[in-house]
Each structure stands twice: as structure tokens, then as C-alpha cells.
Design a protein around this ligand. Structure first.
Ligand SMILES: [Fe+2]
Length: 416
């Protein structure tokens, strides 16, 4: 709990620390664009006002006191209670615009030695990239298909299909309508299992809003159920975090979506290894996530899939015989050049990898996220709904066309 409070304090203290960065950003962008490119004092003054307004709006979306100006009305007085308001979208988009322009101008610095127009051309490129990032951020997530061969998975589960959602961040820029589109797309895939790997909500803690904003999740359908684990953003409520997690867990449980809290469940038959495998889930890595506790007492001969929000759980997962870890958290970097910050802070940024350590190995898949927190923009890191197919190592001997177990149980769960 102590570390969580420290994290909340750090989270809320960023605006004051960032005041200097804010002023420097305004001056830098203005200097490279309007001051160097314009001769008219009027245009320079106009440019300074526009840039100050955009940077000022973006500051409202940063964590801290100013964010309450954006977030509170966004969830309480938008077009409907479950949809973020226009101010919240504008403030968060401004953040992305500032990042893209500042990055483009900075990368163009060496070219200024060659051409006086380098900064101007960089601004044109930045404008195009802003449009692309908005298109990716507000567009529907693409379906990413991945397949993983697991050594202990029985033939009965060959071709078992899991849909992974992660980092939806319902809150500042993601509302009920976007969530509804995601749910519709998931149901079209007719998965055997649905998993949500954290950061489902972001920034609001009212029980009525949790219920109404997340209600589309009640329509999720799969042959063998839905499970979720917490991400770090579910703990960004200070002393209210326990209450929020309780509200969230109770509501999702009513809709048939079970939280895995450092524990495992059997998918299929709990006793017959030929007719089941284990699904474990842990709390967020920085907020009590414990793989050791999650897998305690299970049969190591059974296949094991782990839900863990942060990729950094992979070391512990490898020590505990996890066959496949499913994670999110990084957003794949979300917007260039944040990919590099993600690379240094996380074991893996995006995609499928095999982690090897001390003679053990575990496969991991890191989703780029179904939606995003903060700026509703994506630059070289598109959103995704991940459609995973598990393959038994025996599939090379016999290749069934459909997962046998899910076919037999489909009628049991399809009415949920
Ligand atoms: Fe996230």
C-alpha cells in the first residue's frame, strides 16, 4: 500500500515538475516555426498565441489538478454520462500534437545546417503525421492473428482460440460507444475464451459511471468464459483504489467476467490433463502481482497460460513453468518516439517473443493495446484486438479443423 501511495503522489506531482518543460516547449516550437519563418510581427504574435493555447490545453490533460477540469466534466456532463466531452478530446489531442511537432522539429535540427527551410518542412511533415495519428487513434482496432505452439497442451485443445483485449482505458477519451464497437468485433470472432489484461478504466471512480460506461462488456460472448486482471491504471485512485477495484470486480462478475487475483482456474476438465489446461492471472506487477501465489498447488504437467498486465512479469513466469504469458501495458510505445522509453522500462514492447532464462523458456505476447490512455492518437503503434490460436505440439501428427473441447462445450456457455 505504501508503494502505491508513493506512485499516486508521483503521478499527481508531475504537472508542477512539468511547468518548465511546458514553457520551453512553447518557446522552442514558436522559435523554429513562426519566429524563424515569419517576418511580420503580427504573424509572430499570432503564432505565439496559438502555440501557447495548444500547449496550455495539452497541460489540462496531464495527470494532476488541471486534469480534473477536463476529466470531471468529461464523464459527468458530456453528450451522455458515459461519453467523454469535447474539451477532454481537445486537451488530449493537443498533447499528441505538441509531441509530434516537437519531435519533428528536433529531428530536423541537423538539416538546418543544409537548408533554412528545414524546420518549415518538418512542420509540414508533422501536420501529416498528426492526421495519420488521429486516424489510427480514432479508427477501429485491427485484428491481429497470432498462433502459439504449447508443449503440454493436449490435442483436445488444438486450435483453441483466445481473444485478448487490453489497455482500453475507458475514461478521458474512450467512452461507451467505442467500447461497444470493440465488443461487437470480439463477438464476431466467436472466441473460445476472452481475456482482458488490465487498464480497463482510467480516471473515474463513480459506481454508476463504472456500470454505465462498461455496460457493453456484459454482451461479451465466448464458449468458455471471460477473465481479467488489473493494470497499473486501476490503482490510480489513491485511497479510493480498494473501493474502485471492489466496484469494478463486483460489476464485471455480474456480467460473467471473473477477475483472477494471483490465482489460477482450470479451463475445461480440472483433473484430466487431456481435457484441460490452467489459466492463471496476477494483479498488476507494481501492485501486488505474485506469480508464485497464482500458480501454487497446481499440477505442473498441465499447460499454463498467464495473464499479466506488465511484460516485466516474464522473469517470474519463466521460473514457474508458464507456457505463454499474455500482456499489454506498453501500448507498443503508442506514439513515436515513446517506443524508446517503453523499450528501457519493459522487458518487451510489443509482439511475440520467447524469453529464456536459467535454462527455462516461456513464450510471451505483448499487445499494443485495444484503445489508449491520454492522446487518442497512434504513431507507428496501431491499436489491436488480438486473436490468439493455441496449437498442441501434437497438431503435426493430427490436424483437427476446430478445437474439440470448445465445440463440445459451446452449447453450455453460448446462452450466457
Ligand atoms: Fe495502459
Amino acid at each position: 500500500m505504501e508503494s502505491m501511495n508513493e506512485e499516486v503522489q508521483m503521478y499527481e506531482s508531475k504537472p508542477s515538475m512539468s511547468a518548465g518543460v511546458c514553457l520551453f516547449t512553447i518557446f522552442y516550437i514558436w522559435q523554429r516555426t513562426f519566429n524563424e519563418q515569419c517576418t511580420s510581427v503580427t504573424n509572430k504574435s499570432l503564432g505565439a498565441m496559438v502555440i501557447s493555447a495548444v500547449v496550455g490545453l495539452s497541460a489540462m490533460a496531464w495527470p494532476g489538478p488541471l486534469s480534473h477540469i477536463v476529466l470531471a466534466p468529461s464523464m459527468a456532463s458530456g453528450t451522455s454520462a458515459e461519453e467523454p466531452c469535447a474539451l477532454s478530446h481537445i486537451a488530449n489531442v493537443s498533447t499528441g500534437v505538441v509531441l509530434i511537432f516537437a519531435t519533428a522539429l528536433f529531428l530536423a535540427e541537423p538539416l538546418r545546417l543544409i537548408s533554412k527551410k528545414a524546420s518549415l518542412r518538418a512542420s509540414y511533415v508533422a501536420a501529416v503525421l498528426v492526421c495519420h495519428a488521429l486516424h489510427e487513434g480514432y479508427g477501429n482496432p485491427r485484428i491481429v492473428h497470432k498462433s502459439f505452439e504449447l508443449g503440454r497442451l493436449s490435442k483436445a485443445f488444438d486450435n483453441f482460440r483466445i481473444v485478448q483485449l487490453t489497455d482500453i482505458h475507458v475514461g478521458a477519451t474512450v467512452g461507451r460507444s467505442q467500447l461497444q464497437k470493440v465488443v461487437n468485433r470480439v463477438n464476431e470472432l466467436k472466441p473460445d475464451l476472452i481475456v482482458i489484461t488490465g487498464d480497463l478504466i482510467d480516471g473515474f471512480d463513480e459506481p454508476a459511471l463504472i456500470r454505465s460506461a462498461l455496460e457493453p462488456l456484459s454482451q461479451l460472448r465466448s464458449a468458455m468464459g471471460s477473465y481479467y486482471v488489473t493494470g497499473n491504471h486501476e490503482y490510480f485512485f489513491g485511497s479510493a483504489s480498494e473501493r474502485v477495484l471492489g466496484e469494478l470486480e463486483g460489476q464485471l462478475n455480474d456480467w460473467g467476467i471473473r477477475r483472477l487475483k494471483n490465482e489460477f482456474v482450470s479451463i475445461g476438465d480440472a483433473l484430466d490433463n487431456e481435457l484441460g489446461f490452467d489459466l492463471a492471472g496476477i494483479d498488476d506487477f507494481d501492485n501486488g502481482g505474485n506469480v508464485t501465489a497464482a500458480v501454487a498447488g497446481r499440477n505442473p504437467e498441465r499447460e499454463l497460460v498467464l495473464l499479466a498486465h506488465q511484460p516485466n512479469s516474464i522473469r517470474s513466469a519463466t521460473q514457474h513453468g508458464v507456457g505463454l504469458q499474455l500482456s499489454g501495458h506498453t501500448h507498443g510505445g503508442q506514439m513515436f518516439p515513446l517506443h524508446y522509453a517503453c523499450f528501457f522500462a519493459n522487458s518487451y514492447v510489443a509482439g511475440a517473443h520467447v524469453h529464456e532464462e536459467h535454462g527455462q523458456s516461456t513464450q510471451i505476447y505483448v499487445s499494443r493495446g485495444t484503445r489508449q490512455g491520454g492522446a487518442p492518437m497512434r504513431l507507428f503503434a496501431p491499436t489491436e484486438i488480438t486473436h490468439l490460436t493455441l496449437r498442441s505440439k501434437h497438431h503435426r501428427i493430427q490436424q483437427p479443423t476446430q478445437c474439440n473441447v470448445s465445440e463440445s462445450l459451446e452449447n453450455t456457455y453460448s446462452g450466457r
